[in-house]
Every structure is written in C-alpha cells, then in structure tokens.
Write a protein that binds this ligand. Sequence first.
Ligand code: ZN
Ligand code: ZN
Length: 599
Amino acid sequence: MNQDSQAVFRDGRIETVEDADAALTILRHSTSHLMALAVSELYPDVHLGIGPPISEGFYYDFQTSHRFTDEDLSKIETRMGELANENLSFEPSILSKEEAMEYFRAQGEELKIELIEERSDQILSCYKLGQLIDFCTGPHVLSTDQLGVFKLLSVAGSYWRGDENREQLQRIYGTAFFTREELEDHLTRIEEARKRDHRKLGKELGLFSVQEEVAPGLIFWHPKGAVIRGIIEQFLRAELEARGYQFVYTPHIAKSNLWKTSGHYEYFREHMYTLAVDDEEYVLKPMNCPGHIMIYQSAKRSYRELPMRLAEFGTVYRYEKSGTLHGMLRVRGFTQDDAHIFCSPDQVLAEIIQTLDVAEFILNAFGFEDFEVALSVSDPDSPKEYAGNPEDWERAETVLAEALERKGWDYQRKLGEAAFYGPKIDINLIDALGRSWQLSTFQFDFSLPQRFNITYVGSDSREHHVIMIHRALLGSLERFMGVLIEHYGGAFPVWLAPEQVLVLPISERHHDYARKVTEQLAAAGLRVRADQRSEKVGLKIREAQLQKVPFMLILGDREVESEAVSVRDRLKGDLGPSSVEEFAAKVSKLVEERVVSSA
Ligand SMILES: [Zn+2]
Ligand SMILES: [Zn+2]
C-alpha cells in the first residue's frame, strides 16, 4: 500500500486515500484483521475482542486460556506473512442486525454479539478476510498484497472494555508501516525509549519508587530525586516571585460543601477521595483552585490589589483506574506547579503574555526548544452549555489569540475543544525522541467566579466579577520529572544532577587528599561525594558512568603532589589535569548558566 492507495468501504465503494496519515491508519487497522485471522487459525479456541489502530500501530484483544508467549508472537507473525502472500481480499458485506447476531452466535463470539446488540441501527457491516468474518465498519485495504511491513511487539493483559470486572483478555500489540525503512526507524525509537524508560532509570539512578503493595499510583521520591525536585521548585519559585506571584499553602482536606460550591462534587466525583471527620464528609483535594479562591475571598478586594497571582506547589489526589497508572506519568497523587491569576478585564492581555513568556523561559531552561501550541475555543455553531456570557468568551478568545500572535508563535486553533468553563492555550513540548508531551496550560474560567461570586471593587466603587485564569507551567512535578528523565536519558544537566562531582581516590593513601578536595568543592556550593571504597578505580569510574554523574575527579600520586585533579567528563571522557579552584569555577559557571549539555 502506498500513501495514495485505495481502500474498500463497507458499501463496496473503492476510493483512493490521499491523506498519508489516513492511509497509514487503514493499513494498520487492516493488519490487525490479518493478525486476528492468523491467531484464529493457529489457536482455534480463541474468541475475538476488538482490534483498532492506535497512534503507534495496532492491537487486537483475544479471549483464550492460552498464554501467548514471545515464541507465539513470532509464530503468528510468520503465519501472517504467509497469509498476506495469498493475496486475500477484504470483502465487505452489509447485514441486518439479526443476520449478524445469528452468525456470531453460531460462532460463539459473545463479545462481538455484545457490540452488535448495542447498535441502534438495523444495518451493519462485516468484512470477510480468508476464513474470518469480522464485525467492522472499515474501511480496509483491498487485499493483503497491499499490506506493508509489520511486526508484532508485545502481549499484555487487558479487560473487555477496560473494565476490571469484565472478561480478562490478552492484547497483542503490533505495528505496521509502508516501508521496511520506516519500520526499522520505529523499532530503533522504541528501543531508545525502552533504554530511557523513566521507571527503569528511576530505579537504577535511585530517584523514585512506586510501591504497589502499599500505595499504587503514588510516588516515593528518594533522596536523589528529591534533590532534583528541590532545585526545580526553588528555580520556579524564584522566577515567579520575581514576576509578582505570591506563594501560598492550602489545606489538603476540606469539607465537601466547598466542592459542592465549586461544582467538582457534581462533575468530578468519580476522581475524588472522601473521608469522614466528626461525622462530616471531607474531600481530599483534587484541585487547588477552591483553596486559592478562599484566600482571595478572605477580604474585600479592590482593583488596586489586582492582578493577584497566587501560586502553590499544590499536591492533589485524583482516583484513576489501576489499569491506567504508569510510573510517574499517570498517578493518583501529584503536585501541580499551580497558580491562579485574579484580574480585571483590562489586565488580561498583559497577564497572558507574561505567563507565555515565563513558560517559554522555564521550558527553555530545561532544554526544550520545540513546542506545539494549541488554542481551544468554543464552537458557536454547536453551542454547548457554556458558562459565562458570549461577550466574555469572545473577549477571552480574542485575547488568547492576540497574545499568541504577539509572541509570534504558530498555533493550532481547535474549534469546539474548549472546556465548558472557558477557552485555553496548551503547550506541548517535543522531547529528545520527538515525542510530544502536554505540559503547560493557561485556562480561562467563567464558571468559578460565578459559583463563588468572586468580585473586586472597581475604580467606579462598584463590584465587578473578577477574571480568573488557571495556569500550570510544568503540569505536575511528578509528570515533569518523568518527562525529564526520559528526555535526558537520566543524564541530567549539571545544574540538576543530584551528584555533580564524584571524587575517586586511586588508593588508600590518596584518601586524605580526596577528603580535602571534596570539602573544598562542597564549600564552593557543589554537590560532591568521595568514593572511598577500597575498589579498583576502574570499577568506580564504570559505576559513576552508570550513575551518569557529570564529572569524576581521579586522584593519585601525581595529583596529590601537584595539588591538582584529573577531570573526567561523563560524555567527553578524560579532560586532563586542572587545579581545584579552576575546576570549581568551571562547574559553578555551568550551574549558574543552567547549561544543558547534549545528553
Ligand atoms: Zn476493520
Ligand atoms: Zn485551577
């Protein structure tokens, strides 16, 4: 199949697919049917779930008592290749609901019957590929000789419809591309991502752990991870305070009436943890906004106090299904770098520009230069129940667009993607592997100011509703840390590295000098440790390399004599001798300038 090849639709119509992404999706989806055919031949007792294309390939869910192994995957892949060579065609047919039910009942395909039963329309479609008839709306490639190159990647447990109370299934993941070269590139990227997996590196580098037995979905920050988090928090705090933000702390639990006023109790209930205190229901905070509103509303506010920018490293808890949890990236408790800006309408543009500036500055500091920016706005043609009045919306959307234009940023305008309570800007950053991560958000809110009746007294001595903007730059510290670990492959730049320098004495008689050098560097403000174990220096270097410590100082007779150090860089290797002062000055400069070396 080529980028502009043909697809067969459910009514038998054949069309050329010109969009390359659409063609790739059809290719992958068709390949998942081929996999289902191979699996149902090789393992006649399997029942079929669903087999959709996904962003990186495709999967199919199978119900069987057999446990698929890696060997099985290569057997299935081989059979897929043989079947593909038979040039089997994808033959669509339109059936009545009864005909389809009858067919799948005779096959014992209960899961398919459930899908068909839910259909309200009386007409549906199936596709026949070889001996396999599958319930599907298509479209597909015309025949298997149009399929490209494919590879089965892994098998994982899953549940029917993602519901842990339903049938347990096995999901086989695969991917497919038009050319061998694209597939090889993809596999290389997967391998690189595996090496950089933050869960693997987090353990190897002693940064964090997740302890399933006691706290699934929650992060234990170990000393080295906590050093990095501390630096990120201090950096952010200083930059925000310099821009007029005021830091606050708010309670982790509050009575449910607060969450009823905010609307979360009604709309966000399934993600909220509640507990009883003195016979009253309390909520473990899933958001920081109501707390900041309480602080704003603790006094009557005048226009002279605006804009008020309240910031908090606010830890929140949200229930997520256990199957969706993933290391630091998808968790049940996390700390947002949260802030709420309360301002008057004439201050909004300046505020948005300031937040975009600071986001750019902060993300650049961590070495992210590529962004994808999206502006989510309302859709006037299909009005939902939007909070606030249309003039507020229009003004907010105009301001957001104007701020983006003044920044000179390209952005995608997403019509109808705005939340019911306001339009927003999202910044996705692109990491070292070209993956996109949604981190920064600037969100207008026309709902909470009404619900809490948040006002200020204007210069006209009258009360006005305040404009409220939620904003987060890193999103959450947990997720950001996960992204950073993978972006740097664990090799943190010097300013973030939990250990910047390891001092490695060659033998016992160099220990005194090693201690002296260590103290000197610590006094210069560097994070330094001496490895005084009686191991060979070669082994100490290898371990330091694995721990991705930026600099190693090797100390032997020559260094003691000349009162110098031999510097080794984790990337460039041996850098030769240096005086302690000179080395300290060089590293301090890297820290101060937050130099991000290429990892
Ligand atoms: Zn299909
Ligand atoms: Zn908020």
